[in-house]
Structures are given as structure tokens and as C-alpha cells.
Design a protein around this ligand. Structure first.
Ligand code: CA
Length: 246
């Protein structure tokens, strides 16, 4: 989807001032916005409008916003961007575990919200898998069937575990993958002592990508969300940060 191409947004937020500000801002940028002020009307609006993306406040007056995530995920992969209060770290992680794709922490700038929203809409439209099933992100190409990673056509030698970690992160490009999801996907458990080594694997992958791409910025491809997980940035993400820590 191209930038702002009349994508439809369901905005779920009970705070009237925040809702009005975000709605005005998004409409001014050409997005279509449907509003809901509680979880029950959010589910009804979602069923009726089938928006391209859901922007969801977790603290709602009737039931928890997590209920909306469960309901949407029963039927659809529609991107969900969570609005999270700074003091509700646990519910933010739970939201991501339930299938929310990303979050912004209140208070957020409308510019930050728009950047995240566009990243998720782009992600919903790609990254395009090639006809042979390989995935390309900028100069990076990951061939799942052959277990091969190349940068600008040059091979990058990853261990099988490193390959699996990168595969999961690239497969969720533009979205946050929690430590728990990554562990379950690669190691099959979220509770093993392997948890302590995730950052070691990610550091190794970063080092190898940076070495294969000395003039580029692939070393910053994997961004850490401290205490939450990791996010592979899509090419062109406006807020791309590089050289992030673990
Ligand atoms: Ca609220």
C-alpha cells in the first residue's frame, strides 16, 4: 500500500481529547478513520468496517483492550497497533504475545504514530516473497528453502540457530517480535535458559550482516526494544535507528 492511499483505520480510544486529536491528524493525512470509545463498540465497528489497521488503546472502560485483540485475531491478521501507557509494561507485552504487531507508548507524538502505522500498512502489503519463496529486504536476501542469506549477492554464513532467529525476525519485518515469541519459534520454549542467549545470537547476526555490508546499514537492521523484544526495520522506515543495543 502506498503512503496514505485512503487506508482505513479503526481507532479505539476512550480518552476524548486523544481520540479527537489522532482522528483529526490522520484524516488530514488522507486516512479514513472509524472511532470507537470502548471494547464492545470496537468489536462491532471492526466487524462492520473491516479496517486496514486497528489502533487500540489497552485501557478501556468496559473490558480490557486485550479482548479486542483476541477477537480480531480469531478471524484476521489485520495489523494492530497498541497505544500503551508507560506504567502498563506487562499488558503491552501480553498484547504483543496475543498478536498485536507494534505499540507506541503514551504520551506519543502524532508523527511517531503515523510512522508506525505506515510501517504496519507496508508490512501488510509485503515484504514480497519472491517466486522461489526467498524474502528480500533491501540488499538482504533470505532463502528459506536453501537456508541461505546473501547481502548484495554475497553469502553470509550464519549458524542454523542464527538463521532461524533472522528468519523469524525478517518474517515479521516492521513488527515487534517479543522475546517469548522468538524463543518459542526458534527454541520451542519460552522458559529455557536459552532466554539469556537471545541477545548473543542477535549480536552475532548483526556483526555478520555489518561485515557483509560495510558501506550499508544492515548492522542496524535488527532493532532492540528493551524488555520487550526485537524488530526488523523495513527499508524506508522513517524512524529507522541504527546501532541499537541489546
Ligand atoms: Ca484509556
Amino acid at each position: 500500500m502506498t503512503e496514505g492511499a485512503a487506508a482505513s483505520v479503526l481507532l479505539v480510544e476512550d480518552d476524548i481529547a486523544t481520540r479527537a486529536e489522532v482522528t483529526t491528524f490522520l484524516r488530514a493525512r488522507g486516512l479514513r478513520v472509524t472511532e470507537a470509545a470502548d471494547a464492545r463498540s470496537a468489536v462491532l465497528a471492526w466487524q462492520g468496517a473491516r479496517p486496514d489497521i486497528v489502533v487500540l488503546d489497552l485501557g478501556l472502560p468496559d473490558v480490557d483492550g486485550l479482548t479486542v485483540i483476541r477477537r480480531v485475531r480469531r478471524e484476521a491478521t489485520t495489523p494492530i497497533l497498541v497505544l500503551s501507557a508507560r506504567d502498563r509494561e506487562a499488558s503491552k507485552i501480553e498484547a504483543l504475545e496475543l498478536g498485536a504487531d507494534d505499540y507506541v507508548t503514551k504520551p506519543f507524538s502524532t508523527g511517531e504514530l503515523l510512522a508506525r502505522l505506515h510501517a504496519l500498512l507496508r508490512r501488510a502489503a509485503g515484504p514480497a516473497a519472491e517466486s522461489d519463496g526467498a524474502v528480500r529486504l533491501g540488499s538482504l536476501r533470505l532463502d528459506v528453502a536453501r537456508h541461505e542469506v546473501t547481502v548484495g549477492g554475497r553469502p553470509v554464513h550464519l549458524t542454523p540457530r542464527e538463521f532461524e532467529v533472522l528468519k523469524v525476525l525478517v518474517g515479521h519485518a516492521g513488527r515487534v517480535v517479543t522475546h517469548g515469541r522468538l524463543l518459542r519459534a526458534v527454541w520451542g520454549t519460552a522458559y529455557g535458559e536459552e532466554a539469556h542467549y537471545i541477545h548473543v545470537y542477535v549480536s552475532q547476526i548483526r556483526r555478520k550482516l555489518a561485515a557483509a555490508d560495510p558501506d550499508g546499514d544492515l548492522g542496524g537492521l535488527i532493532h532492540a526494544e528493551p524488555g520487550v523484544g526485537y524488530r526488523v526495520m523495513l527499508p524506508g522506515d522513517g524512524d529507522r535507528r541504527t546501532g541499537a543495543g541489546t
